[in-house]
Design a protein around this ligand. Structure first.
Ligand code: PGA
Length: 274
């Protein structure tokens, strides 16, 4: 009996891994609603609006990350975008007032967790906490959207070191197998909530640099396949150039993900890339 249970568990884990690998082969567009909207009714309206607007698009995996409180309610709408949370804590349960555990997120219907967003780092989140959260999220079989990005840029290339350190510390003790659950979102902080995104040519350079770091840590087989997204002032009118010329695997969208029409236009631009 015990052996039978063991095999069922192994089989389930295998199926889950295969599903995961397939899922991340598509281009990705992730919407981060941040601390919006103010009511559940409004959240439902936006979520349904997005679902309707993106329904014909099959080539892109669409993820919406509302405030945690809304996840379980939005999950009730079948066939809508995949859901994610904007942060999780690194413990599974216990005396941690106000936190959400990765297991709670998963059990409420989230499949993705944004971790290390610059708005959380600005609130004091350390590299060590980011690493613990990454490990805890993977353990709960969530996909991690690991946010990295320099606050400013100067001519001396210091930002390259910042990025390298963020990746190395966030992915400490992550194995090649665990890496299959990780997506990197490169978000230069100076482009978040700004007027303009990063120049696609500069983004392409950064993407290659991030890829090189990943391959350096995990080897070509694992490091070369981690999706690398861009985030920071993505708008319908710049989404195509950013994705195509930046050669990224998708986008992390902030404010425009609250506007179903604009979000769908971004998804559609990404979908048009061969
Ligand atoms: P923005 O936000 O698209 O509003 O610039 C991006 C983000 O914070 O992920």
């Amino acid at each position: 009996m015990r052996t039978a249970f063991f095999f069922v568990r192994v089989l389930r884990a295998r199926i889950e891994t295969m599903k995961n690998q397939k899922l991340l082969r598509k281009k990705l567009v992730i919407g981060n609603w941040k601390m919006n909207p103010e009511t559940l009714d409004e959240a439902k309206k936006i979520f349904l609006g997005i679902g309707k607007a993106v329904a014909p698009i099959k080539k892109v995996l669409i993820v919406v990350c509302p405030p945690n409180l809304y996840v379980a309610e939005l999950k009730k709408f079948k066939g809508g975008p995949v859901l994610g949370v904007q942060d999780i804590f690194f413990e599974m349960n216990g005396s941690y007032t106000g936190f959400t555990s990765p297991l709670m997120a998963k059990n409420s219907g989230a499949e993705f967790a944004i971790i290390g967003h610059s708005e959380r780092r600005q609130q004091g989140e350390s590299d060590e906490a980011v690493n613990r959260k990454v490990l805890a999220a993977i353990k709960s079989n969530l996909f991690v959207v690991l946010c990295i990005g320099e606050e400013t840029r100067s001519g001396d290339g210091q930002y390259l070191e910042v990025i390298k350190k963020q990746i190395e510390s966030a992915l400490q003790n992550v194995s090649k197998k665990m890496l299959k659950n990780v997506v990197i979102a490169y978000e230069p902080v100076w482009t978040i909530g700004a007027k303009e995104p990063m120049e696609p040519r500069d983004l392409h350079e950064m993407k290659l640099y991030i890829r090189k770091i990943l391959i350096g840590i995990f080897g070509v087989d694992a490091g070369a396949v981690v999706p690398i997204l861009y985030g920071g002032s993505v708008l319908p009118e710049n989404a195509l150039a950013i994705t195509a010329e930046g050669e990224v695997d998708g986008l992390l969208v902030g404010r425009e993900s609250l506007n179903p029409e604009n979000f769908a236009a971004i998804v559609s631009a990404v979908s048009s890339i061969k």
